[in-house]
Ligand binder design. Structure first.
Ligand SMILES: [Ca+2]
Length: 210
């Protein structure tokens, strides 16, 4: 019996910290974007949208990274962005991951930004490069996956959080596209305070003694 308890304890230690859960994921397989949005998340609850300064921008849903649909747009200027809004209530150790590619004339330098009010923005990843990778509906290409990026603790347990992928350069041609797929906000469930459970157990045993 002692051996069993010890091996169970060892297994628990080896398991390490809780694996991150998916809080919210946009696959675009259900929303199938044809507008700037907002587009509902396929897993969890959240809104994805696009913003372009040029009103001639066309939004579309070409092949994703190993799936049928993605969220794409053309006519990129510096400062145009994709935005993802969700809640992290009950979660900590927040992460942000996404797949992104572009056409040869689409913008190739972006920042990941975050906010809790949609007004004040901070940079999470500065000037990352998006390569020209041809996506297939059948084969997933890991070269197009960015992250998971660890977000600051300010995004733990928040009713509203925002992430943006903001173009730092214009496309070299108006027809140039940039697209995203499988955008995932992750995190680990905030554990119940063990001390509260112990207090409750202590209270129960006191009541029993009476
Ligand atoms: Ca997809």
């Amino acid at each position: 019996m002692k051996r069993l308890v010890l091996s169970l304890a060892a297994a628990a230690l080896l398991a390490g910290p809780a694996i991150a859960d998916t809080i919210t994921q946009w696959t675009f397989e259900v929303s199938v974007p044809t507008t700037a949005g907002p587009h509902a998340a396929e897993i969890g609850s959240g809104e994805a949208l696009g913003f372009h300064s040029d009103p001639n921008t066309v939004y579309s849903n070409p092949v994703g990274n190993g799936s049928l649909e993605s969220f794409s747009s053309n006519t990129w200027n510096a400062g145009d962005y994709y935005q993802f809004k969700t809640s992290t209530l009950g979660y900590e150790n927040i992460t942000f991951q996404f797949d992104q590619t572009r056409s040869s004339t689409g913008p190739g330098v972006f920042d990941v930004e975050w906010s809790t009010d949609g007004t004040t923005w901070s940079t999470l990843v500065d000037d990352y490069s998006v390569g020209v990778v041809t996506w297939s509906s059948i084969t997933y290409n890991p070269a197009s996956t960015f992250g998971p990026h660890a977000a600051p603790a300010a995004l733990d347990d928040q009713p509203v959080v925002y992430f943006r992928l903001t173009a730092q350069v214009a496309g070299s041609g108006a027809a140039g596209t940039n697209r995203v797929d499988d955008v995932i906000v992750g995190g680990s469930v905030i554990p119940e305070p063990a001390s509260l459970i112990l207090l409750a157990l202590g209270g129960i045993s006191l009541l029993r003694r009476r």
